[in-house]
Write a protein that binds this ligand. Sequence first.
Ligand SMILES: NC(=O)C1=CN([C@@H]2O[C@H](COP(=O)(O)OP(=O)(O)OC[C@H]3O[C@@H](n4cnc5c(N)ncnc54)[C@H](O)[C@@H]3O)[C@@H](O)[C@H]2O)C=CC1
Ligand SMILES: O=C(CO)COP(=O)(O)O
Length: 341
Amino acid sequence: MGAGAWGTALAMAAARHHPVQLWARDAAQAAHMQAVRSNPRYLPDLAWPAPLTATPDWDAAMRHASHDDGLFIIGTPMAALRATLAALPTHARVFWLCKGFEAGTGLLGHEIAAQVLPHGRVGVLSGPSFAQEVATGQPTALVASSFDAELTRLAVTALHSDALRIYTSDDPVGVAVGGAVKNVLAIATGISDGLNLGLNARAALITRGLAEMSRLGVAMGARLDTFMGLTGLGDLVLTATGDLSRNRRVGLLLAEGLALPDVLARLGHVAEGVYSAKTVAQRAAALGVDMPLTAAVNAVLDGRETPRQAVERLMRRDARAEATQTRSAATPQTPPPPPHC
Ligand SMILES: NC(=O)C1=CN([C@@H]2O[C@H](COP(=O)(O)OP(=O)(O)OC[C@H]3O[C@@H](n4cnc5c(N)ncnc54)[C@H](O)[C@@H]3O)[C@@H](O)[C@H]2O)C=CC1
Ligand SMILES: O=C(CO)COP(=O)(O)O
């Protein structure tokens, strides 16, 4: 469900092994894609495998994936996740690809699903994956995460291949927090690179960004080690340094001095970090978690600070210890050293 860049790319990857139906809300776009056997708007010049078909017919798409081994995959932006989940069959097995917190409510995907599809079997599919590279069959590794181990095994059956490795995880909170926060940090890195602050600054941003992402995740109940994996560090490195990233591009354009509405008009694709930045900060504030890089990105997005002012303020912060108190519940606390040690 959702025929943008990522929904289409994953549909193409799955269709190399199984029949796949791609639902597009725009009937004219669906008919055109079906006629030319590609998605000219989002992935031009990449021919579809024969088992991939496009349809604007919601009921037909529901029938297609409602059989015993069927799986729904939602590839819309985060803003459409709630409505799309709510329209699925009550007991649907579903993964979503969107990365972010829901604007307004500040909820993650599994929290939205608990409200609108309480009897569904749900999970999140995430990791370092530019749509263009998956669509062309370049090697990629993703993580299927759910509290439901049988569902993650179904994702492996549906998607694992020589080109696409699907790892499983039982920490959907950590996976979702990583995907949401890395988009905000990619905007920060784009700003830094756009201001030519250098490679040292970029490495510092990625590392301190990982620390603040982990702090938020652990406070929300995630495991710390999830942030060292594909959906944390892996996706952060990809998005912060890869020029195919829309979020990084937002930062680069802000550094050029463009106002946010002009940046978004230039982009033409969804950049979730722009919408998640506020909700990340709100959830962090509610949990008492310090997220200075996210706060700086918000100040620039809101026009309260110029990119350069935000950097200056970050650099003027007091010195502090690098190690944080971040510990997952599973990590044993180190006993204090004996006296005089
Ligand atoms: N593009 C990429 O490489 C990757 C994107 N993602 C995530 O996947 C999600 C989608 O991103 P893209 O495909 O890149 O976005 P996109 O901008 O290429 O396309 C979004 C698609 O969703 C459709 N859409 C919007 N609202 C809808 C609604 N209410 N109902 C149905 N369809 C709707 C649009 O018509 C468009 O086809 C985002 O959350 C993004 O963070 C995740 C990994 C990789
Ligand atoms: O999530 C992505 C890669 O894993 C895509 O990042 P952008 O949305 O910044 O392009």
